[in-house]
Design a protein around this ligand. Structure first.
Ligand code: SF4
Length: 368
C-alpha cells in the first residue's frame, strides 16, 4: 500500500469516522498492509486523543474461585480443573482500607473485581452500601466488575456513587455460545445497556485467540464503538491447564499488533488496553503495542503471572511514554527493590539500579 492509504487510515481515526469493514478485514489479514506504517497511523490517532500517557492498572481481585458460570477460558469457572488459590470475599473494612490507601496516595480511581454470574439483590445492596461508605469518606472514582446486572441493580449502584462498570463482551455474538453456555451474549449486552441507561461509564473489551474468526474480532470492535465503551481491554488468550478451553491460540506478535491498531482506528478516543497475555503473545514486539494502545495491566492477571514490573515500566519509559497509575508505583517499585531481584533476571537487576532516576516521572494519577 502507498502512503496515501495509511494517511487515509489516520485521517478516518482522527476525524472519528467509521472505518470501512472491508478495510478492517484487510488490516487484520492483508500482507500488503505493513505493520510499521499501520502502527504509525494508529499512533497519530492515539497521540491526538490519548497523548503519550500509558495508564498502568493493577487488578484488585475481591475474591477468587467458586463461580457457578462455565466461561470456558476462566480458571474460576465451575467446569475448570485448574488448581487456583481460592479465597473468600474481602471484608468491608479491608475494602475501606484499600480505598483509603488508594486515595491517600493520590489515586483517581479505585477498582474492585468480583467473581460470579452477578450479584443478588441483597449483595447489590451490600455493595451499594460499601460504595457509599467509600464515597462518603474519600473523593475517589469507583469502578466495579460485578458480573451481570439489570437496570434496577445498576441504578442502585449508580445512586450509591459508582462511576464505572467493567463488563467485557469477550467476543462476537456468533462465537459466544462456543465460549460460554451458562449465560448469553445478549445477557452481556443487556448489562452494558443497563449501565449506560443509568449514566454509568462502561469499560468493556474482549479476549482474542479463542478460536474466533477475524470477522468476530471486527464485529466486537464495532460493537464496542456502538456501545461507547470508554475503556477497552484487549486480552490475548493465555491457555490455563485444566480449563475447558486451553488450546494454544494461533496468535503471532504481528497479528496482535494489527488487532490493537484496528481497535484504535475503530475506537479513536477510547482507552485501549494491551491487557492479559501481552508478554506471551507480543514477545519482543511488546513495546510496539503502545503505539496503538495506551494502557496495560502490571503485575499479572487474575490467575496468571505477567513479566516483572521494573522491566515493563522501564520499557515504556525508554520508548518515551509517560506512566500514569492509580497505585503508588514509586512505593511498589521501592518494595520490589527492597526485596531484591528474587526470580528476576540479570537485566532486571541492572534496571533496578537505575530506579532512582526513574521515580520522578512515575506518579499516581488518573486511570481507565
Ligand atoms: S462469570 Fe466471571 S468468574 Fe465466573 S466463570 Fe465467567 S469469567 Fe470466570
Amino acid at each position: 500500500m502507498d502512503r496515501t492509504f495509511y494517511n487515509k487510515l489516520a485521517e478516518i481515526g482522527l476525524n472519528q469516522q467509521p472505518l470501512d469493514q472491508d478495510i478492517a478485514q484487510e488490516i487484520l489479514t492483508s500482507k500488503k498492509i505493513d505493520i510499521l506504517p499501520l502502527l504509525n497511523a494508529a499512533f497519530e490517532v492515539r497521540k491526538k486523543y490519548r497523548g503519550m500517557d500509558v495508564s498502568v492498572h493493577i487488578i484488585n481481585n475481591a475474591q477468587n474461585g467458586k463461580c457457578q458460570e462455565d466461561c470456558h477460558y476462566c480458571a474460576q469457572a465451575k467446569t475448570s480443573e485448574a488448581g487456583i488459590e481460592e479465597y473468600p470475599l474481602k471484608s468491608n473494612s479491608e475494602f475501606l482500607t484499600e480505598a483509603k490507601n488508594a486515595h491517600d496516595k493520590g489515586a483517581h480511581r479505585y477498582c474492585m473485581v468480583f467473581a460470579g454470574r452477578g450479584p443478588s439483590m441483597s449483595r447489590t445492596l451490600k455493595l451499594a452500601s460499601l460504595i457509599k461508605q467509600i464515597k462518603d469518606n474519600y473523593p475517589i472514582q469507583i469502578c466495579v466488575s460485578a458480573g451481570l446486572l439489570d437496570q434496577e441493580k445498576a441504578q442502585i449502584l449508580k445512586e450509591a456513587g459508582l462511576d464505572r462498570l467493567n463488563h467485557n463482551l469477550n467476543t462476537s455474538e456468533r462465537h459466544y455460545p462456543k465460549i460460554c453456555t451458562t449465560h448469553s451474549y445478549e445477557d452481556r449486552l443487556n448489562t452494558l445497556r443497563a449501565a449506560k441507561s443509568v449514566g454509568l461509564d462502561v469499560c468493556s473489551g474482549l479476549i482474542v485467540g479463542m478460536q474466533e474468526t477475524f470477522e468476530d474480532i471486527i464485529e466486537c470492535a464495532y460493537r464496542l464503538r456502538e456501545i461507547g465503551s470508554k475503556s477497552i481491554p484487549v486480552n490475548f488468550f493465555m491457555p490455563i491447564k485444566g480449563n475447558q478451553l486451553n488450546q494454544e491460540p494461533n496468535l503471532t506478535p504481528q497479528q496482535c499488533l494489527r488487532i490493537l491498531a484496528l481497535f484504535r482506528l475503530v475506537n479513536p478516543t477510547a482507552e485501549i488496553r494491551a491487557a492479559a497475555g501481552r508478554e506471551m503473545h507480543l514477545r519482543d514486539m511488546e513495546v510496539l503495542a503502545f503505539y496503538a494502545a495506551d494502557s496495560l495491566f502490571l503485575d499479572g492477571y487474575l490467575n496468571t503471572k505477567g513479566s516483572s514490573r521494573v522491566k515493563t515500566l522501564q520499557m515504556l519509559q525508554d520508548a518515551g511514554f509517560t506512566l500514569k497509575s492509580d497505585v503508588d508505583l514509586t512505593e511498589l517499585l521501592a518494595k520490589e527493590k527492597a526485596q531484591g531481584p528474587q526470580d528476576q533476571n540479570t537485566s532486571d537487576r541492572l534496571i533496578m539500579k537505575e530506579l532512582s532516576d526513574l521515580r520522578p516521572e512515575i506518579h499516581p494519577s488518573s486511570l481507565k
